[in-house]
Design a protein around this ligand. Sequence first.
Ligand code: ADP
Ligand code: MG
Ligand code: MG
Length: 866
Amino acid sequence: MKKVYSFNEGNKSMINLLGGKGGNLAEMTKIGLPIPEGIIISTQACKDYYKDGEKISKVLEDEILVKLDELQKQTGKNFGGKNPLLVSVRSGAPISMPGMMDTILNLGLNDKTAQYMIEVFKDSDFVYQSYYRFIQMFSEIVMGIDKEIFFDLKKEMLEKDNYTHQQLIKAGKEKYREITGHDFPEEPKEQLFMAINAIFKSWNNERAKIYRNIHKIDDNLGTAVVVQQMVFGNLNEKSGTGVAFTRDPSSGENHIFGEYLLKAQGEDIVAGIRTPEPIEKLKEQLPDVYIEFSKLAKKLEQHNKDMQDIEFTIENGKLYLLQTRNGKRSPYAAVKIAVDMVEEGLLTKEEAIMKVDASTLPQLLHGNFKQEAIEKAVLLGKGLPGSAGVAIGRVMFSAERADIRAMTILVREETSPEDIKGISLAQGIVTVKGGVTSHGAVVARGMGKCCVTGCAAIKINDIKREMYIGGYTVKEGDFISISGYTGEIYLGKVELSAPQFDKNLKKFVKWCQDIKRLKVRMNADTPADAKLGKSFGAEGIGLCRTEHMFFQKDKIWTIRQMILSNEPKEVKAALEKMHQMQKEDFKNIFTVVEEGTVIVRLLDPPLHEFLPKEAKDKQKMAEILGVSLEEIERRIVNLKDENPMLGHRGCRLAVTRPELYNMQARAIIEAAIECIKNGCTKLLPEIMLPLIIGAKELQFIKRNIEGEIKRVLQENNINIEYKIGTMMETPRACLLADEIARDVDFFSFGTNDLTQTTMGLSRDDSVKFMTEYYENGILKVEPFATIDERGVGKLVKLATELGRRTKPELEIGICGEHGGDPQSIDFFESVKLDYVSCSPFRVLVAIVAAAQAKLKAYKGIDYKWI
Ligand code: ADP
Ligand code: MG
Ligand code: MG
């Protein structure tokens, strides 16, 4: 198999083999752009390199030499001879990993070719500068010698009275021998093979490995190597080097954006020794080159149908392009560019939809800190990015005190369901313990609040009401600013940039809505949530949790009474009170949704979670029930589960206490009847049972609540449409889905619990060991954020097929955290679920991801960031 290609033998579709850099250089050559000639050694050769014990084979060397001969003929120059051919040796993987691997410039120089270069260019300063740079880069990249050593050496030499270029070169090579124990290689072919070996080796350097791990790039892709004729940006004042985007990557505006340096080589721009000029200035300095560049940039953008990030070099007034790729951009620019390109006729709507990274969209709704402000701010510490967004507020250590002052940031060791109210009032949340799927983060994401979790550097002193972090003492009431994008915590108020939900975004989302197949519903427990999700385009509610309703105001005391009383009469009275409260809650939510589906899940957590924890609350409970404090404590202990996740919860509650679910079913149907009578005629209430493990259990509960619903309908002398369905959260339910389907109208996969029960991992405890799972490559993705397709996904697929075999019209969806995750949505599309449901702030993400998933699955339209 062929392993070495000339630029004119390749094209863009061969990127897996030629790397992004090589494939695009070949493509640019094909369409006639000014590209210095070159050859590409394929990624397959890199794989062979690792198979052959980390060295390139003789066979490959020979193949390279044949192509090198061709290159000499094409360029009319000689590698190692008169009229010398110098080359760059560049790395380029199929997926770009900026700054992770290496490039060597000016290879082919030695004492002899340097003389020949001087004959050609008549400028020894230029030649020796290039030569020294080559020695420096070669030493760094091939031998791992710190480049600072060569900078220092140069400084030292320049200070000498009788300084000559030749001496500097000699000193450089001596340094090389001193450190490596070998002579600097003079023979250009030896230089070349050593460089190629080094680039292949750099595929597995530490930073590249870490980068691939973070970005989930396959370790087996390998890198290609580009060997390309040098052009010299450092030749004279009519030469230079630069980088430019075809559109502004931050605002998306349609104009060239970039910078350049005259009399400089590639590395100088990034090295930061000289400050580059904005590209507009090139218009004055080299107007012809500027016009030419603008023309070629447009052409490249048209050809690749995307905003381009271009590297170029000018040699003595002549422009060369050295690299192009699809440019990285802000979420705001991504949407604007996609919409603009459709309007310019460059893209179809379908192509444009693929070009926005759905997961970045929430940033457009939350805004962010201004970059200049961040640079000036005091960074106190860093936790994990729990929920996107930024917040500024006064530190508050207690959820109860969070509402005393507006603009608070709740800082807690960890959060619990009792903190809900405090969280809902706070601007943002910080926790000392817990990972990105901990309670605080999940709730914060659900509410679209910014959250930083797991900031272990914080020490809270509850008594003094202050915390210690990053050498500072922050008192309750002091301002901090937190970023849920980065996990960073700053002292004081950091200035914000404006949120940007504009006409482009609206237009873009509309296109996605028209194209997608999956319905997108929201997880909403309150009228405010429902209103928000609806404004983002949610089609009804896929999960309305009833437990949070009881934490509001005084309701908690009613449910506590219902749970803890031993007097049947008292229990009944409490239930009746709960019934009235629930009915009111449901009416309020139904009224906001107005039409379509509202899926209400009946009570799910263990009853123990509702009970008082603090002594004064227990005392109050004892007084309410007229029993002793000891008796209350005894009853609380009795209700405690050894293992709450697998304990007395979900529909288990309805098997032991049927009156609970009956009361909730009654409240739902009564509320629906009233709303329908008030004009919401298209409302469809759906009742959902949590944590079912089998058909018999389901039948038992369903008989009870259906009896209750019949009574309600008779009492009101009306017939309304409603549905009863089940969550699928246990492996057993999935395995028996064909039996279960007979008795229900819908399935909703609760993928949070299904992941826990399938993997046998508790979400909250897993933060203690998951890091090691990722670091050691045991798991690639976070199973509580992205569905574990191979395991949990297999159950989802199986249950879907079994359920539909029994009942083809069965409605099937998902309502876990995964409902707002683009990669998981791809999977849910592939198994043909009917809907996904996610928190209101993820609705936009889900709409866009659902459209993308459909385009990938049915139209074969995909997109790759190169
Ligand atoms: P990276 O992947 O880090 O961007 P590159 O291989 O693109 O590394 O090389 C960095 C820079 O080196 C290029 O942007 C260009 O300015 C310069 N360079 C690379 N090859 C050549 C060449 N053949 N002629 C002139 N300059 C080059
Ligand atoms: Mg580059
Ligand atoms: Mg559950």
